[in-house]
Design a protein around this ligand. Structure first.
Ligand SMILES: Nc1ncnc2c1ncn2[C@@H]1O[C@H](COP(=O)(O)OP(=O)(O)OP(=O)(O)O)[C@@H](O)[C@H]1O
Length: 297
């Protein structure tokens, strides 16, 4: 009998999960799947989850939560045969949207029995795992304030972004690839990702392919305030490459020098990455449960 371990974040997205757990168990009984449940506590979850996976030996570990819960599961199964499934229950749900995973509970649940498993690339960033998107500069500053604030949800994020935007000072960076300098100068933000878009659907890397062995470094140079609406429009119409303020570099490894120690974030969590940041693609290192129709192969 197939075994699925559900990793439930009881607080994500401000949604009560008790009824949901009963629905998950009933669905598994109906489909002859053995269901086990692990609830996160916010304290040493990674250690405890790894121990639980060792004990249960599931084929699939299903994250029921937001991006933080998905990231926790990914860290616990990276470079193993165990596959990650996602039932999105957060406020951003960035990776699940990028992968074409249904955002609706019943449809995401159905995927547990009708799916294909695809191995996607992930990123090693100074020894930390990124499964979706890392950035330095403006967005990371907003993520830092958002995570340290009391209020959650897209409204709170947009409010912080508006407050920070007018006064933000771009920082200086150098990007190296194979020993060559490929960019040197000021940037409003630099996004390093394998994927296509932020959880808001803003496509910073519109042609990104999640399992090609490469990631992209997307540089947004300083721009006049009057151009900000145009840049936003391009982000939401998959045309960011047409902006004169952007550059994208595709590589399998790179170094970013960040002499001002500007703030950074990985997969929605603030991280202090320091002044020298090393990026390495980990080709097809995470097996993910995807809809059969999505063309990710
Ligand atoms: N039982 C718990 N009590 C308090 N905090 C918890 C608990 N379980 C997990 N957490 C914390 O929840 C955070 C992860 O939340 P997650 O990203 O899954 O949801 P979200 O923040 O609502 O959604 P999103 O990341 O999509 O905005 C982590 O910081 C983790 O430490």
């Amino acid at each position: 009998m197939a075994k699925i371990l559900f990793v439930i974040n009881p607080i994500s997205g401000d949604i009560d999960k008790e009824e949901m757990i009963e629905d998950l168990k009933a669905f598994c009984r109906q489909h002859d799947v053995a269901a086990e449940v692990f609830k996160t506590t916010g304290e040493q979850d990674e250690e405890k989850l790894k121990a639980k996976i060792g004990e249960v030996t599931p084929e699939i570990v299903c994250a029921v939560g937001g991006d933080g819960t998905v990231s926790l599961v990914a860290k616990s199964i990276i470079k193993t045969e165990v596959a990650l499934a996602i039932i999105p229950q957060g406020s951003g749900n960035g990776l699940s949207k990028d992968l074409g995973i249904p955002q609706n509970f019943d449809e995401a649940l159905q995927l547990l029995v009708e799916h294909k498993i695809v191995a996607i690339d992930t990123l090693d960033i100074n020894g930390l795992l990124s499964i979706h998107l890392c950035d330095l500069g403006f967005n990371a500053l907003v993520v830092n304030r958002f995570c340290n604030g009391e209020t959650r949800g897209p409204g709170a994020y947009a409010w912080i972004a508006m407050q920070e935007f007018m006064g933000y000072e771009p920082k200086k960076y150098t990007i190296l690839n194979d020993g060559n300098t490929i960019f040197e100068g000021e940037a409003f933000m630099i996004t390093i990702t394998n994927a296509r878009a932020f959880g808001s659907n803003a496509a910073i890397n519109p042609t990104g392919v999640i399992n090609d062995g490469n990631f992209e470094i997307c540089v947004l140079e300083p721009f006049p305030k009057a151009s900000s609406l145009g840049i936003l429009y391009r982000l939401y119409t998959d045309t960011i490459d047409d902006s004169v303020y952007t550059h994208r570099f595709s590589c399998s490894s790179a170094t970013i020098l960040n002499p001002s120690g500007e703030v950074s974030q990985i997969d929605g969590e603030p991280e202090e990455l320091g002044e020298r940041i090393e990026f390495k693609a980990m080709h097809q290192s995470l097996r993910v449960v995807l809809p059969k129709t999505e063309a990710q192969e």
